[in-house]
Design a protein around this ligand. Structure first.
Ligand code: PLP
Length: 482
């Protein structure tokens, strides 16, 4: 304490940082060694963890070793382990070792990639890395890339650009009524959320019907556009998806692009999940037609081994994004503005994390061929699982398996499928999620963690098949008694 009774400010010396830093790296390395033996889902009740923690923050600083111990003892057991080889829920993914190491540097440098001046090499690395990724995706040079945190924010910006394009007075005078947005019944909710946030109005979002393979039906899209035009509306944007959330279906992008071009509508392609698979040469066809999109999103934090969060948007119309979003205050003006990209001009965010570094680390560490091999392995494992399902007469595939997502169900009731999922998840061995297709409860088995191997798939499949048979027999026994 000082003479006035004040605590001196606490600092961490470089030596203390080095020592405790090694402890943290050791903890992470040992996590990777033992992760297969840990339950994927925590066995905790709502409020249980919060109740164990102090209600107020400490008055005086505590040793970092103690904080790490408390993380290990109190926080870690309550985490759902996304970075686990048997995490198969939603869209399974990987925070790879090179991405984790890059995150350390990102935090240490703490640069803000708002202006070129605020961190020249971070801005230029974003441009270079997104050009590399564009080449891996075989997209033309006319696509300019921007990193956002998530695809939800990216589609918000894309709809903002579409609105600017169709209604250029909007920026100054406010939005004219009757601008419409077209999605399918299977489009991710982030597009509708963006339309709500931007003031399109939920009534102006058309959910176009899908075919038996859950793909948007282009003839219904055109009918909806014509009907809106006749009703005095202004069709503004259509969102086509490559890899929908429920079943990973692929909308017919070339046909949708032709309609968008015919009626002068902005085409946004949501390839948040599916896009990275196009890096695999035999999967490139999934992006057919995407070169005609005004904007396109893919998420390296979903399928490209980059830690949450990192979402990439490509657009052939960066100036429209700029017109929609830029507003430079005096204090942000720099001498280089006419020569450089200032990324804050392309979105609502001023402060931006240095996300390009982790993408650069991953692309360099694995290389093009390494990334192809990793993606191919997930695709192979999905086919391996699909074959097991097809061998079992009591189970069926519920959607085509194009990516590394497998949707399937027991042929029994919804209750059997629901209880199967719950029972499997409660074992902690694996974590699956579900969807509902045409009123049927369907299990989703999403493969995407780079450590997942055939044993993980086989053991989880055995557990599912056993559990589904038991649940179906139990249901039959109850029905027989009544
Ligand atoms: N688009 C699709 C197809 C998705 O599946 C998801 C999320 O799973 C999103 C968009 C939203 O992604 P994010 O979490 O990056 O906002």
């Amino acid at each position: 304490m000082s003479e006035e009774g004040h605590m001196p400010a606490k600092t961490m010396s470089p030596d203390e940082f080095r020592e405790t830093g090694y402890q943290h790296i050791d903890w992470i390395a040992s996590y990777f060694e033992r992760v297969r033996d840990l339950p994927v889902l925590p066995n905790v009740a709502p409020g249980e963890l919060a109740a164990r923690l102090p209600v107020s923050a400490p008055e005086c600083g505590e040793p970092i070793e103690q904080i790490l111990k408390d993380f290990d003892y109190s926080i870690f057991p309550g985490l759902t382990l996304w970075n686990h080889p048997r995490f198969f829920a939603w869209f399974a993914n990987s925070s790879s070792p090179p991405s984790i190491l890059a995150e350390l540097l990102i935090a240490a440098m703490n640069v803000n990639v708002m202006l070129w001046k605020s961190s020249p090499s971070a801005t230029e690395l974003e441009q270079v890395t997104l050009s590399w990724l564009r080449q891996w995706l075989q997209l033309s040079e006319s696509f300019f890339g921007i990193i956002y945190d998530t695809a939800s924010v990216g589609v918000l910006q894309a709809l903002g650009a579409a609105r600017e394009w169709k209604d250029p007075e909007c920026r100054v005078k406010g939005m004219k009524p009757g601008l419409t947005v077209y999605t399918s019944e299977h489009t991710h909710s982030s597009s509708e959320k963006a339309a709500i946030t931007l003031g399109f109005g939920q009534e102006n979002v058309r959910k176009i019907g899908v075919d038996q393979r859950f793909r948007m039906r282009p003839e219904l899209l055109e009918e909806a556009i014509v009907s809106d035009l006749e009703g005095g509306k202004t069709p503004c944007c259509v969102v086509a998806t490559v890899g929908t959330t429920s079943t990973a279906s692929i909308d017919p992008v070339p046909e949708i692009a032709s309609i968008a071009e015919r009626y002068g509508i902005w085409l946004h392609v949501d390839a948040a999940y599916g896009g990275p698979a196009a890096i695999v040469p035999e999967m490139r066809h999934i992006l057919d037609g995407a070169e005609r999109a005004h904007s396109l999103i893919l998420n390296p934090h979903k399928c490209l081994f980059v830690s949450m969060d990192c979402s990439v948007l490509y657009t052939r119309f960066p100036d429209v994004f700029k017109r929609a979003s830029s507003l430079s205050a005096e204090y942000l003006k720099t001498g280089e503005d006419s020569l450089v990209v200032n990324y804050n001009d392309y979105g609502v965010q001023l402060g931006r994390r240095f996300r390009a570094l982790k993408l650069w680390y991953v692309m360099r560490y694995y290389g093009h061929q390494g990334v192809i091999a990793l993606l191919r392995e997930s695709l192979r494992l999905a086919q391996f699982l699909a074959a097991r399902i097809q061998e079992n007469p009591d189970l069926e595939l519920s959607a085509p398996v194009v990516f590394s997502l497998v949707c399937f169900r027991h042929k029994g009731s919804n209750g059997v499928n629901q209880r199967t999922m719950q029972a499997v998840n409660e074992t902690g061995h694996a974590f699956l999620s579900h969807t509902v297709l045409d009123g049927q409860f369907v299990l989703r088995f999403a493969i995407g963690n780079m450590q997942t191997n055939e044993d993980d798939i086989q053991s989880t499949w055995d557990l599912i098949a056993r559990t589904a048979a038991r649940e179906a027999a139990a249901e039959e026994a109850v029905a027989a008694q009544s």
